[in-house]
Ligand binder design. Structure first.
Ligand code: NAD
Length: 253
């Protein structure tokens, strides 16, 4: 039930970090992987790694905030491989600034990538998924959409990820009749480039975060693979509109 052999999966922001880790994990379970990223060098490197696993891969340039890019990328996957089975809406950014000093333009930029980008790609994936009456959309939210992490001020990111969770639930309710499941993953602190940089810039704050995490450590990017494989595959066939929290226990304390 976890097999993804022959499934075609599109991962946004697949060039590095969590997107790359999930793409490799999904490929190891048999899926063909298309990577959509604004950074083609990174996407191409990951595509080569995926091909060496023995499945097909495509590196596609595209900005998730651009509706035409979203539609073009989804069409390219369908033209190349016949259909699109799974979308992983992973591309996302955060900014840190006190709410009263956050410029509206930066607040909007976070929403454009994290929220509108997920909606744009979900809409682009809808047609091919509805046509075959099967599909799984996995939105990468964050525990920041469930609880306010301290002490960092990040009003745009927290509220955007909360929006991603309601986007997930709403699309799940609307699209169940088309056979499309929509779920979210809410990771805690994971060791990707942005978090590694925050650890380097402020080791004391990083230690404080770890003291609030019952498992006492951040997650490796590869520790999201299992959740992605579960949600992409038939193993989760009766799950829709929900959030898998992968956070070393942060939100249970
Ligand atoms: P990252 O910065 O390491 O990687 C992001 C990737 O997205 C990059 O390859 C980048 O080129 C691409 N990208 C950025 N903007 C894009 C756009 N407009 N269109 C297409 N591609 C774009 O980030 P990460 O830490 O791996 O985070 C990935 C996702 O996981 C984000 O949505 C993030 O909010 C979420 N998340 C991360 C953590 C964590 O601790 N790292 C925790 C919770 C949630």
């Amino acid at each position: 039930i976890f097999s993804l052999t022959g499934r075609n999966i599109l991962v946004t922001g697949g060039g590095r970090g969590l997107g790359k880790a999930m793409a490799l994990g999904l490929a190891r379970y048999g899926a063909n992987i298309a990577l959509m990223d604004i950074n083609m060098d990174l996407a191409q490197q990951v595509a080569s790694e995926i091909e060496s696993i023995g499945v097909r891969s495509l590196a596609l340039r595209g900005d998730v905030t651009n509706e035409q890019d979203g539609e073009r990328v989804a069409e390219t996957v369908v033209d190349a491989w016949g259909n699109l089975d799974v979308l992983v809406n992973n591309a996302g950014i955060s900014i840190q600034a006190p709410a009263e000093e956050t410029p509206l333009a930066e607040f909007k930029r976070v929403y454009e990538i994290d929220v509108y980008g997920s909606f744009i790609l979900a809409k682009a994936a809808f047609r091919p998924m509805a046509r075959q009456r099967r599909g799984s959309i996995i939105n990468i939210a964050s525990i920041c959409g469930l609880t306010v992490l301290v002490p960092q001020p990040q009003v745009a990111y927290n509220s955007a990820k909360a929006a991603v969770i309601m986007l997930t639930k709403t699309l799940a309710a609307e699209w169940a009749r088309y056979g499309i499941r929509v779920n979210a993953i809410a990771p805690g602190y994971m060791l990707t480039p942005p978090v590694l940089k925050m650890r380097e810039d402020d080791p004391q704050r990083y230690e404080y975060w770890m003291s609030l995490t019952p498992m006492g450590r951040a997650g490796e990017p590869s520790e999201l693979e299992g959740a992605a494989i579960y949600l992409a595959s038939d193993a989760s066939s009766y799950m829709t509109g929900n959030v898998l929290v992968i956070d070393g226990g942060y939100t249970c304390s």
